[in-house]
Design a protein around this ligand. Sequence first.
Ligand code: NAD
Ligand code: TYD
Length: 353
Amino acid sequence: MQNVLVTGGAGFIGSNFVRYLLQVELNVRVLNLDALTYAGSLENLKDLPDESRHTFIQGDICDGKLMDKIFSEYKIDTVVHFAAESHVDRSILGPAPFVQTNIVGTFTLLEAARQAWAGEGIGKRFHHVSTDEVFGSLNPSDLAFTESTSYEPRSPYSASKASSDHLVRAYFHTYGLPATITNCSNNYGPYQFPEKLIPLMILNALQGKPLPVYGDGKQIRDWLYVEDHCEAIYLVLKNGRPGETYNIGGGNQPCNIDLVHELCSILDELKPISKSYKELITYVPDRPGHDRRYAMDITKIQNELGWIPMHDIETGLRATVKWYLDHMDWVEMIMKQERFSDWLEHNYTRRGR
Ligand code: NAD
Ligand code: TYD
């Protein structure tokens, strides 16, 4: 691993990963390619551990010519592919960019890697970052997803990610592209765009706005602190076997309403106001096709690569709330975007109408 192309490295997990990689690998150079959609920001890349080993290019993974140029010019030997449209609610209101970036974009990147590395797989790696949502929805008594659970995606987002996973696997089997895939559960932590549950709740609470809980709030996600995800990806890059898939998860499974209560309790302690933030909780009409439960069986990555998450939900949530409280300048920059207030209007004000 010398010249690493990170796609989507100005987004939430990608920017955390770039920071992590520059810290742990002192000889690696990172080429960070990101289209800077509404979800990506250079604000996420301030204060990197070693700027001199990081190059940022604004570009689209669907641009085949640009991908070919990057592979040859920067002698890319490793790809860590995060770039995606990543928000389920947006995929329901507008699925087209999900098909374009997640499917066509991944295909374009695979083609560029195949051409650039033709016949020379040694020392190369294409790592694709995917989600547990490709497996569908679990009932309360169902066993957690394993790597051999069949795919049953139920939203345009998860269907587009499932499709990209299939393409990556096909390139391994057909062309021998040295690819690995990780399917990870819901992440949270620093730099998460405030459209996702945890930052949205923290920031709405701080503004005294309603905390919108979809449906009955009993849906379950397998929350993972983002730093743990970065470490797992790094271990797969170093020691994972080409052609293999690894499940990653936090093993923390409060339902949404319990998680929102926990966030309110932390805020009551760290930023007290005259009432409890819990009074802001408001039930709103459910998300269409809302997956009920996700849970990941992480036995494979634990046994093969020795990875387990280091943060439990209590320490992770507390660290996250503190991070947002300490980075209100970042929050202001991100929320200033006109497009974000449009989104809030679209998804919440007009909800159920
Ligand atoms: P994000 O939405 O915060 O960031 C995505 C980044 O990709 C943004 O910086 C955006 O500008 C960039 N991007 C979008 N379209 C692009 C294009 N066509 N070309 C180049 N760049 C483009 O997403 P995230 O939460 O950081 O997720 C990163 C990856 O991890 C995604 O592939 C997602 O499916 C996967 N994942 C996310 C989670 C989660 O809980 N957030 C969990 C499991 C897997
Ligand atoms: P989200 O962060 O959008 O991630 P995903 O849909 O990929 O799991 O949502 C996490 C859970 O929180 C999901 O069950 C939907 C729910 N949710 C709410 O109840 N209210 C909200 O405002 C949001 C954004 C999500």
